[in-house]
Design a protein around this ligand. Structure first.
Ligand SMILES: Cc1cc2nc3c(=O)[nH]c(=O)nc-3n(C[C@H](O)[C@H](O)[C@H](O)COP(=O)(O)O)c2cc1C
Length: 277
């Protein structure tokens, strides 16, 4: 078995294409085996490496070359602590050696347009969407480059749940919003590669067909449970939904999604320059 086909089997375990026979490529093998890291050693990544990673992130593709991602590094200990204190359930936010915030920045294009004397209104849904995607692509590019440099990372979208406070700490102006934070440091411990849904569920050929969803998810739940069962103390909302006879990934995600998150985000955006017209 090649390294890539072993990594594909570990990632999916779904009996789908194995990649056997294809050339082993270092980046591809790393991507197939990547994992989120939430515990870091005390070693601080060098500033030169971080500068390099920022350059990589800002080399990501960008819609229409509008370049609507901005990256903010939170260095100030007081600001880090203030943001960390908002999310006591995720202590890695306050203590990771490095914390970036990836911003969708619809403001810069509007300011440039004002300088150029053009009537650009970038608070539209299109402007929001383009800026969000640019920031997400920049973040994922940093993630893959950081991981290939031996670092571990964890994206942090929970900061949007307290968007008013986070924006105030970071001094974000209108038309600039966090897509996610990113904790970064050298990993402490091994962690594990997270099994993904079977490709029969997440891929389509020549037309959309989710006929395999039920059986595929059931099978996935069982395989994932056998590898890494969700500990009983992490089962959600038992008071509301009762104890599940089998608590797999889909039960967990359905319970999680039943409690809507991010209620503060739409009013924040509307109050800060986005009309979504
Ligand atoms: C946009 C985005 C936001 C995320 N936000 C958080 C977060 O707020 N807190 C956290 O601990 N993990 C967060 N994660 C990490 C996911 O939980 C993780 O990617 C997922 O469980 C799959 O694990 P893996 O990346 O190891 O495959 C986020 C990931 C993404 C892509």
């Amino acid at each position: 078995m090649s390294i890539a086909s072993e990594a594909i089997a570990r990632r999916f375990g779904d009996g789908g294409p194995s990649g056997e026979g294809a050339e082993d490529n270092d980046l591809i093998c790393r991507v197939l085996s990547r994992k989120t890291v939430r515990r870091y050693s005390d070693k601080m990544p060098a500033d030169e490496l971080l500068d390099l990673l920022v350059a990589c992130a800002l080399s990501a593709s960008t819609k229409s070359d509008f370049q609507q991602a901005s990256i903010l590094r939170v260095r100030d200990a007081v600001k880090r602590a203030a943001i960390g204190a908002l999310f006591p359930n995720m202590p890695w936010i306050g203590i990771a050696p490095v914390f970036f915030v990836f911003l969708g920045d619809a403001r810069r294009l509007q300011r440039i347009s004002e300088v150029r004397g053009k009537p650009v209104e970038n608070g539209t849904l299109e402007g929001f969407f383009n800026a969000s995607i640019d920031a997400a692509l920049a973040m994922q590019t940093m993630i893959l480059c950081a991981e290939s440099a031996g670092l571990g990372v964890c994206p942090i979208s929970v900061i949007r749940n307290e968007i008013d406070k986070v924006a105030s700490v970071l001094g974000l102006p209108d038309l600039v919003f966090p897509v996610a934070g990113l904790c970064l440091g050298y990993p402490q411990g091994e962690g594990h590669v997270s099994l993904r849904l079977p490709r029969s569920v997440t891929t389509h050929s020549d037309g959309y067909d989710d006929g395999a969803l039920g059986a595929g998810v059931d099978d996935y739940d069982r395989r994932r449970h056998a590898l890494h069962a969700i500990p009983k103390e992490q089962h959600r909302s038992n008071a509301e939904f009762g104890e599940a006879s089998f608590y797999g990934w889909s039960e967990d995600k359905a319970r999680q999604a039943a409690k809507a998150e991010g209620a503060a985000f739409p009013p924040y955006l509307r109050a800060h320059g986005f009309s979504f017209d």
